[in-house]
Design a protein around this ligand. Structure first.
Ligand SMILES: Nc1nc2c(c(=O)[nH]1)N[C@H]1C(S)=C(S)[C@@H](COP(=O)(O)O)O[C@H]1N2
Ligand SMILES: [Mo]
Length: 255
């Protein structure tokens, strides 16, 4: 029987951990910190098999969320750009191809609002369009390795949350989308002055491929944190996760 030295065993586990960092977001956030000793010290996990590697990586990512939340400055603005710098055409991206983009009926549409909010009435698109609107030209950064500048307009999300009487001390705001996508964000980002419940793109009704009837646009977060085709919004203290986040992408996802 060949007895592996502890070092060789450790090496194999680190290799396996690195292999599991196949999502760019994970690589981005963890490549610097990753040693076996560091990983077990940081997480208090004894790392002995594939499952414990996976658990330890998830724990590192959640520690990273805490660090990012702590570093997040609610008053610091992301850069804005002139009209001349808008990327044309703006790229489409989703977990499926463009021919499968959901087709939402504008008249029948109601935005559901639930959880820790005083007013749970469902919103029509006209009601949302009647709220004060703002627009901004910002850069969208996707972890798949591209970025693009676009112009989004809509309701400042902090005004919306105040209007529905949301518990502004709650931890999370969650989003459910018409295409089975879902994600969630921290309350300080929800209240950031540049976070928009976007109803328009480049001066026109938000096109289907970019998330009709609305998307949450945050220039302080990576692309996957910006849900398109938003159908339901909920305020909660229970961690809601997200479509990519539950597969290992970092939850805070700040840019
Ligand atoms: N509903 C929904 N929202 C989503 C996605 C998705 O697949 N479904 N993909 C995310 C990712 S990874 C990116 S990069 C952006 C792409 O937005 P765009 O099509 O406007 O460029 O949408 C984000 N929001
Ligand atoms: Mo993305």
């Amino acid at each position: 029987m060949i007895k592996q030295s502890p070092l060789a065993g450790d090496d194999a586990v680190v290799k396996e951990a690195l292999r599991r960092l196949d999502h760019p977001a994970r690589r981005l956030f963890m490549q610097r910190a990753l040693t076996l000793g560091g990983l077990s010290l940081l997480t208090g996990c004894s790392i002995t098999d594939d499952e414990s590697v996976e658990n330890a990586l998830m724990k590192v990512s959640r520690l990273n969320d805490k660090a990012q939340a702590w570093l997040f400055d609610p008053n610091r603005l992301a850069p804005t750009y002139p009209e001349s710098m808008i990327t044309r055409p703006f790229p489409f991206n989703a977990f499926y191809d463009e021919d499968r983009v959901p087709d939402v009926d504008a008249d029948a549409f109601r935005l559901e609002v639930s959880g820790r909010v005083a007013d749970k009435h469902a919103w029509t698109l006209s009601e949302l369009r009647a709220m004060p609107q703002a627009d901004q030209i910002t850069r969208h950064i996707c972890v798949e390795g591209w970025s693009a500048i676009g112009k989004w307009g809509g309701v400042p999300f902090s005004a919306f949350l105040r209007r529905v009487g949301a518990d502004l001390n709650a931890r999370y705001v969650g989003f459910k989308c018409a295409d089975d996508y879902y994600t969630s964000i921290d309350m300080p980002t929800a209240l950031h002055p540049q976070t928009l419940l976007a109803l328009s793109y480049d001066g026109q009704t938000l096109p289907r491929r970019y998330g009709f009837p609305m998307k949450l646009r945050m220039p302080t977060k990576l692309g996957y944190k910006n849900p398109k085709h938003v159908q339901a919004i909920f305020v909660t203290n229970t961690y809601p996760g997200g479509y990519w986040e539950d597969q290992g992408y970092n939850w805070f996802g700040g840019s």
